[in-house]
Ligand binder design. Sequence first.
Ligand SMILES: *Cc1c(COP(=O)(O)O)cnc(C)c1O
Length: 399
Amino acid sequence: MSTVFKGSFTQQEPIPEAGIEAALRVMRGGRLHRYNVADGEVAETALLEEEFAAFTGAKYALAVASGGYAIGCALRALGVQPGDKVLTNGFTLAPVPGAIAAVNAEPVFVEVTEDLTIDLDHLARLVAETEAKVLLLSHMRGHICDMELLMQICDGAGVQVVEDCAHTMGGAWKGVPSGRHGAMAAYSTQTYKHMNSGEGGILTSDNPDLMARAIMLSGSYMLYARHRAAPPPEAFEQVKWVTPNVSGRMDNLRAAILRPQLADLPRQIDRWNALYRAVEDGLRNTPGLKVIDRPAEESIVGSSIQFLLPAFSTEQIAEVLKRCAARGVDLKWFGGAEPVAFTSRYDSWRYASPQSLPNTDRILSGLMDMRLPLTFSLEDARLIAGIIAEEVRSTALSA
Ligand SMILES: *Cc1c(COP(=O)(O)O)cnc(C)c1O
């Protein structure tokens, strides 16, 4: 009998006890709205923003309703107009092009490389060929490209960069935290990301004008002075008259749950990376399977792992998926003809104009993806990698 994995790929850890206690305190006080504070009280949301700004090194931070909201808010703050072209990754998740569509702008997709990062040659070409003035850069599945080169391309052409850090909260490029290169950065605190408040997002920036606009957009009314990781009141003088309220605040309950998780994040990152390296080691040297080598410049948060089966046919990949599933290993495939669960592709987003990305098609057709929740032990990680390696081997042999 071959071994079967019995764990759940979607089971996260419980909220830390300190977070549960803080949430109870907020609920007992009844002051869940971020601007509802007692005399002398500082809202949990304002404290979270202050602590998150310190964590990333950003001057300003704003807590909002979701990661997708944070991205949309950044595009609005940058003044993206209906019909504008916005560059973004061909390989990302649906909320990214969705945020572009939500401001009636047009996504222009950039190819992915075999390292699963944005193709900088293709980006440079599109920057030259289109009038796009914004790149919404998705660090999809935590893979960070050469950020210095990317910023050179974009700065050189006056293209503003918004970083989607949904998968890189706590990651870095050459020691610079992910999110610290572009004009603004969006993070998600949705259940499947690196901190869990069910839903939630955080936006960061060093630019006082952009952040003042973002705070007004999020629905601050004229209470922006209650923010602690915000630009000074002068930054709002003009902005407050011309910025619509597109309500999307975070509440104190979520912030209370998140603050202890933020304090714990460095330790959690080490645990994720230990799981990641255990799976990576177990997959290495499997014939037909290509591990994605991570550059030395990149500090990762290994909350998921990807690998390629470049020479496998569609039928063989379906066979690997079926065999692994039968042994309890839940792999996702980015090459399927139909979008499944969270997995969709640039050609599934048919509200965008049709675009052809041959390299992305080829790479995604062999791309496998797997979550690594912290409820897994190192033993689980080794068992899972062993199952995948065995099933890839036997599928290759039976072909
Ligand atoms: C989850 C996710 C988002 C959006 O986050 P939500 O909080 O779910 O809105 C954006 N980009 C990527 C790549 C994501 O995985």
